[in-house]
Design a binder for this molecule. Structure first.
Ligand code: FES
Length: 92
């Protein structure tokens, strides 16, 4: 098991429809069973979820690897993480 307090919920983003003006709580710890949103599982991890309000109506790609530099949105960091995983697996 990883020693990082942040868990990857998945290795790719999730497409989610957001409603303008609605408040959402994005899971930052990766432990929630209601991904990509918070279910309270972060308690005791020292990691807080990200509360945000949708600025417009529409589909967005929310980060599931929990390492995006632009949370809650995916910024492509998951591709770098997967590439590192592959290199490590190939080295074994
Ligand atoms: S899923 Fe996290 S950066 Fe893309």
């Amino acid at each position: 098991m990883s020693k990082s307090p942040v868990h990857r919920a998945a290795d790719a983003p999730m497409k989610v429809h957001l409603n303008k003006g609605e408040t959402y709580v994005w899971c930052a710890c990766g432990r929630s069973s209601t991904q990509p949103f918070c279910d309270g599982s972060h308690q005791g991890t020292g990691i807080d979820p990200l509360v945000f309000e949708a600025e417009k109506e529409g589909d967005v790609w929310l980060c599931m690897c929990k390492h995006s530099g632009t949370p809650p949105l995916c910024d492509g960091t998951h591709k770098e993480i997967c590439a590192i995983d592959k290199k490590l697996a190939d080295a074994e």
